[in-house]
Every structure is written in C-alpha cells, then in structure tokens.
Ligand binder design. Structure first.
Ligand code: BEZ
Length: 158
C-alpha cells in the first residue's frame, strides 16, 4: 500500500549535492512549511526520464513556481554523484536533485519497484506529488510512460 493523499511524508535521511560535496538532508526539513512539487523517476539518464520527464519540469519550472510552489524536487534511487551529473547535464538548476541511493524513501512511501528483470534492481516508481507542509495533496503514479506525473499534468493541477 502506498502513501495516500492526506497523509504526511515519512522522514528519511537522503542526500543532495552541496558546494563541498554530498550533504545529508532530512526529508521533513525539505518539506516543512513549504509547498513542494516532488517527482520521482525510475532512473537518472534512462531515456524516458532524460528525454521527457526531467526536461518537462525544467521547461515548466518558472510556471510551476509562479503558482506558489516553493521548490521542485526530483528523486530517484541513484547515488548523489549520478543525480548531480544528471541535473547538470539537463540544466536543471531550478530543481533540487535528491538522491535516494538505498531506496529508503521509495520504500517508506510504498512507491518502490523491483526492476531486477531489467538489471536495474530496486528503483522508485514514476510519480509526481504536490506536497504542502509535508502533507500529500496530489499523488499521480505512472505505470507506463510519462503522463500523469508530467510537468504539464502537475501544472494543470496547481
Ligand atoms: C526510461 O526510459 O524511463 C526507463 C528505462 C528503463 C527502466 C526504467 C525507465
């Protein structure tokens, strides 16, 4: 059972890239007192995530923030060096690249998936959320393709 609309995100220690290297962050600190768009991808640099999902949020970032969103966060079960390199390669300066390297956040949300058949191991499902002060207001999960979790769909819901 995954997290539901109306529930509060779990607190997990994850990583972002700081000026001097990887930094630990508590998810409760990233979301407290803020309106946040969070989206998750199965893998940095995979085709659908690189050609469609992340670039959609890069293009729409200003419009999303103009709707009162304080931050846009992208997470994946990838290490922080990969997440940082992926964000830089996509000019995603307006997006916080959040590494869930061990898949702890995806698991705590009930939104992990096993992509072992594709040799990718444990990953996140593809989803987008609108989160207000840590509480989930919208949860859109894509089982296939990038549709319900796209920047366009999230923007329309804001
Ligand atoms: C993608 O293209 O987004 C993708 C490829 C393989 C596994 C998961 C996602």
């Amino acid at each position: 059972m995954s997290i539901q609309v109306g529930e509060t995100l779990p607190n997990v220690e994850l990583q972002v890239m700081g000026k001097d290297g990887p930094e630990a962050v508590q998810t409760q600190d990233l979301f407290a007192g803020k309106k946040v768009v969070l989206f998750a991808v199965p893998g940095a640099f995979t085709p659908g995530c690189t050609l469609t999902h992340l670039p959609g949020f890069v293009v729409k970032a200003d419009e999303i923030k103009a709707k009162g969103v304080d931050s846009i966060i992208c997470t994946a079960v990838n290490d922080i060096f990969v997440m940082d390199a992926w964000g830089k390669s996509q000019n995603a300066e307006e997006i916080t690249m959040l590494s869930d390297g061990l898949g702890e956040f995806a698991t705590a949300l009930g939104l992990d998936q096993d992509l072992t058949p594709m040799k990718l191991g444990k990953r996140s499902q593809r989803y987008a959320m609108i989160v207000n002060d840590g509480k989930v207001e919208l949860l859109n999960i894509d089982e296939k393709g990038v549709d319900k979790s796209s920047a366009e769909t999230v923007l329309a819901a804001l």
